[in-house]
Write a protein that binds this ligand. Structure first.
Ligand SMILES: Cc1cc2nc3c(=O)[nH]c(=O)nc-3n(C[C@H](O)[C@H](O)[C@H](O)COP(=O)(O)O)c2cc1C
Length: 333
């Protein structure tokens, strides 16, 4: 079985989420307003993101591609995202570097109305010979609107076949982003973005960041489950919940990037989690693992509709006519 299929199987069948460290969102309460002076029906979740208007501030997070099973997941996710009017991110397009015709990433043919599609590649690949022209080609082939570069040193350190040379990446990222005719976001994969990292990223010409904080899916743990080497495996288990919790990472990134997009992610599971993330300063929110699980059982539309209704209800009961006016209506318990 190849790596991508192993990832899917482990994510669907094992307890890959943080158990002892939370997103930190449970420490916060949204400010209730019993007299909202709003008509529920007039509340708008519409959100501008990367030049597109989404029906809600939501994105299906970067997950997969590269195998027939991944193709089926991508198709279901893209069709649901298009129907609801939200954004979707592809999983790492590294397989396309070998085979630019890889069909599993070509979701636009099933979901031509998809509002916004983000491509994805590990930033570390820039240290392993990947050229901006190749990145441009895979983004063109998949008709992406933007690129999400992921940073994942912990995952690579535990992954049996991991790429562990992260030297000089900041300058290579700068050069590459300058050459790409696409907006670029930088994301983690579940360890969050700290102040130290954010200050480095601030020097780049990026459109924004996706925090992917601790509290949800753990890639140290997933790679530990794949690794037969006892030392690497134990290290992955010990570091399962290492990093910056989501609530903290959102606030760090909003402070360091006051004018750029901040995407909240990492352990967001309900409309309430998402509302808190938006109130803490995020522009939109993304979720990965729950969308995968819902797609497996053909319940992805129900899952998305649930989140949308919950979010709209929270806007109503916090007296927020739109998403932007939710910001700041939150306090620590
Ligand atoms: C099955 C699966 C595959 C993933 N593959 C990628 C990937 O290829 N590239 C990436 O940037 N993040 C990848 N991620 C990480 C997610 O985009 C997200 O940052 C992380 O899972 C935290 O969100 P969650 O707790 O909602 O799952 C993957 C997540 C899952 C569950």
């Amino acid at each position: 079985m190849n790596r991508k299929n192993e990832h899917l199987q482990i994510c669907l069948n094992e307890d890959v989420q943080a158990q002892h460290t939370t997103t930190g969102l449970e420490e916060y309460t949204l400010e209730y307003d019993a007299l909202p002076e709003l008509d529920f029906e007039e509340i708008s979740l519409e959100t501008k993101f990367l030049g597109k208007t989404l029906s809600a501030p939501l994105m299906i997070g970067a997950m997969t591609g590269g195998t027939p099973q991944a193709a089926e997941f991508n198709k279901r996710l893209a069709q649901a995202a298009a129907e609801i009017g939200i954004a979707m991110a592809l999983g790492s397009q590294r397989p396309m570097l070998q085979n630019p015709e890889d069909e599993s990433f070509m979701v636009k043919k099933y979901a031509p109305k998809l509002k916004l599609l983000l491509g994805n590649l590990g930033a570390v690949q820039l240290n392993y010979g990947v050229q901006p022209s190749q990145i441009r080609e895979i983004l063109e082939k998949t008709q992406c609107d933007a690129l999400n570069f992921h940073l994942n040193p912990l995952q690579e350190a535990i992954q049996p076949e991991g790429d562990k040379n992260f030297k000089n990446l900041l300058s290579k990222l700068h050069q590459t982003i300058d050459e790409l005719p696409y907006p670029v976001l930088i994301k983690e994969v579940g360890c969050g973005i700290s102040t130290t990292t954010a200050l480095k990223l601030k020097t780049l010409p990026i459109a924004g960041v996706e925090v992917a904080g601790v509290g949800g899916t753990s890639w140290a743990f997933i790679e530990a489950m794949r690794n037969q080497d006892p030392i690497a495996k134990t290290t992955g288990v010990h570091l399962k919940e290492f990093g910056v919790p989501t609530a903290q990472s959102i606030q760090i990134c909003r402070k360091i990037f006051p004018e750029k997009y901040v995407v909240a992610s990492g352990g967001l599971r309900t409309g309430l989690d998402i509302a808190k993330a938006l109130a803490l300063g995020a522009d939109i929110a993304a979720f990965a693992l729950p969308a995968l699980k819902a797609a497996e059982t053909h319940e992805i539309l129900q899952f998305l509709n649930q989140i949308v209704y919950e979010l709209k209800t929270i806007l109503f009961i916090t007296g927020s006519a739109n998403v932007r006016s939710l910001r700041g209506k939150i306090f620590k318990k």
